[in-house]
Write a protein that binds this ligand. Structure first.
Ligand code: BG6
Length: 606
């Protein structure tokens, strides 16, 4: 998806506007631009590349003005090029827009406008809106009317910010399926895709809902329904995230910072609403089925949750990835669907929840970003409190979600009577001790992890293998490694290896095992058998194992050793180590760690 931003103020706003897309860059970073109102038109500077690179090329920060828009792009329609970068101006230069989302009927509108003699400069769907504005203004003579009537011609999911030379200090913005939030400042007002854009300047936010638009000046904000223009009155919310958390804080990369923040995010997840946990747990017990749904990392988080509910609550919860949910899940009024989403904006996940609601099912969500669509649209929500996760690949947010799923499974088991109170209490004591264990491992084992990464990063093909609860951990570990190193890594159940994939194993194929604790005897034994299967075919084997597991440590060519750890939390500890291994591998390869090629932090388009 993309990051859109707009600022209007009583003084020059270009520095703030530029900073806003630096803060939004994790949302997409293949090109960017700024548009500033002044001298009877809107001056646009834009190009391909990250924000700082484009500033070097186009001197964005040399622009001057009190009202402007900005954009950082993750290409959906049209290649990565200067022409396709935003903002897009109308032919007369009087209107300029930035857009996040997809206009499904843009070809028809494009044909209609070209038939009227409009010449398009880009391949984007977005540019259609710029020309529609100009045409509609010629008919209405009123900018707000031109804006709304143009919006009503569009089909799809989108968020726009528009400025016009005809209305020097007003921002026009609309939300229809893509996130948009207003920031209410003292000398300036802000509009952006998410609060990270303006958090240094104001914590006072007003979240637009789908089907609403706003006109924003330096000292006023008016929100109306797109359908009929009726006024909307909504109280602002206070964003508790501190701006500093959104910064790197001395770490080389956000990913490293967010890995090292995990002791705190585990504590935050343990402190998240107990009432919410109890309510959702009782719903899980009452419902015929409770589906868990997520995509990418959050799909694997959901799969880990299956093992928690199975072992702690004696309940099987189906999991379907968000992209497949509508086509596969069978839900009705007697079911519940629980979405897991860091951003709370992922298109596929929101579509799955909308489908669940259409089918009459109850809905719940575990979400990180405050004021996000999912956090406002499900019957129940648990805010995980991990703070801003800036790195495109998820680490601290995913681990926190697993902790919350563990709490839900423990609560469900306790309520169901399948979990004795003493096991419940003992489990919570292990969870509460986990942050310190993570701190110790990060401090004492990082050197080993880095050495192993440096030693093995030459392998181009990998298998990541785990059994039982270590299987979804292996899937997530594989995603981490492939996302930031671009190596070909396949996550797999260790028990599945012998049924086909073993054919791939030779000296060139690196197999990385997540070995269960020796206390999990059967699981540990089956994993060791899989290691032996690989070794018998001369495949190199490395992995994570526990100090008190002599057999595994003997079998692995190289092992990252962990202190003896309770089986309940051992998989989470291994995941932290796998995250760090991926980080150091990508560092060795010189990859763009926080913003891997082709990716975006949250894909808010279908
Ligand atoms: C992908 C991100 O685009 O979306 C992943 O790169 C993330 O890191 C996935 O796991 C789901 O995003 P979210 O915000 O719904 O958890």
């Amino acid at each position: 998806m993309c990051g859109i931003s707009a600022v209007t103020g009583s003084e020059d706003i270009v520095a703030i506007l530029y900073e806003s897309i630096l803060n939004l860059e994790y949302r997409g970073y293949d090109s960017c631009g700024l548009g500033v109102v002044g001298n009877g038109n809107v001056t646009v500077r834009k190009n391909t590349g990250g924000v700082e690179e484009v500033n070097r090329k186009e001197h964005l920060t040399k622009l001057k003005g009190k009202t402007g828009i900005a954009h950082t792009r993750w290409a959906t329609h049209g290649k990565v090029s200067r022409e396709n970068a935003h903002p897009h101006n109308s032919a007369d230069g009087q209107f300029s827009i930035v857009h996040n989302g997809i206009i499904n009927n843009y070809e028809d509108l494009r044909d209609e406008l070209m038939a009227q003699g409009v010449v398009f400069k880009s391949e984007t769907d977005t540019e259609v809106m710029a020309h529609l504005l100009e045409k509609t203004f010629q008919e209405t003579g009123d900018i707000e009317q031109a804006f709304i009537q143009s919006v009503k011609r569009l089909e799809g999911s989108f968020a726009f910010c528009m400025v016009s030379a005809r209305s020097q200090q007003t921002i026009y913005c609309v939300r229809q399926g893509s996130p948009l939030v207003l920031g209410l400042g003292t000398k300036s007002n802000f509009v952006a895709s998410d609060v990270n854009a303006f958090l240094q300047h104001t914590r006072k936010a007003l979240v637009l809902e789908d089907g609403e638009y706003a006109t924003v000046t330096p000292d006023s904000v008016t929100v109306r329904k797109t359908a009929d223009g009726s006024l909307v009155s909504r109280k602002p919310i206070r964003i508790e995230w501190d701006a500093e958390t959104s910064r790197k804080g001395g770490y080389a990369h956000y990913m490293l910072k967010e890995i090292f923040e995990q002791p705190q995010t585990i504590r935050n997840a343990l402190a998240a609403t107990q009432e919410g946990v109890e309510r959702i747990a009782s719903q899980i017990r009452e419902r015929r089925d409770t589906y868990m749904m997520g995509v990418g990392t959050t799909h694997y988080v959901a799969q880990a949750g299956q093992y928690f509910f199975s072992s702690l609550a004696g309940k099987y919860l189906p999991v379907v990835s968000s992209d497949e949910f509508v086509d596969l899940a069978v839900v009705g009024p007697q079911d519940m669907v629980m979405a897991i989403s860091q951003s709370g904006e992922t298109y596929d996940t929101r579509r799955g929840i909308a489908h669940a609601k259409d089918q009459g099912a109850r809905t719940a969500s575990i979400v990180n970003v405050m004021g996000s669509s999912l956090s406002m649209s499900t019957d129940e929500v648990i805010m995980q409190g991990s703070g801003p996760e800036i790195c495109v690949v998820s680490t601290k947010a995913a681990l926190a979600q697993m902790v919350i799923l563990l709490r839900l499974a423990l609560e469900t088991g306790l309520q169901e009577g399948t979990l004795a109170a003493e096991q419940y209490d003992e489990s919570y004591s292990h969870l509460k001790a986990l942050p310190d264990t993570v701190t110790a491992v990060l401090n004492e084992r990082s050197g080993f992890v880095r050495n192993l990464a440096d030693k093995t990063v030459g392998y181009r093909n990998w298998l990541m293998l785990g059994r039982g609860i270590y299987y979804p951990m292996a899937l997530e570990a594989a995603l981490k490694l492939k996302e930031i190193t671009y190596l070909h890594v396949e996550g797999m159940a260790a028990g599945f290896l012998k049924h086909g994939t073993l054919a791939l194993v030779d000296e060139e194929m690196m197999s990385f095992f997540l070995v269960p604790t020796p206390e999990e005897k059967e699981l540990n034994q089956h994993t060791i058998s899989a290691i032996e299967e690989v070794k018998a075919r001369k495949g190199p084997v490395i992995g994570i194992a526990f100090e008190n597991d002599k057999r595994a440590l003997k079998l692995l060519d190289h092992a990252i050793e962990l202190p003896p750890t309770p089986p309940l939390v051992a998989p989470l500890l291994e995941l932290v180590v796998a995250q760090l291994f991926s980080y150091f591998s990508a560092l060795k390869l010189g990859r763009s760690i926080d913003k891997p090629r082709n990716l975006a932090k949250s894909v808010t388009v279908g």
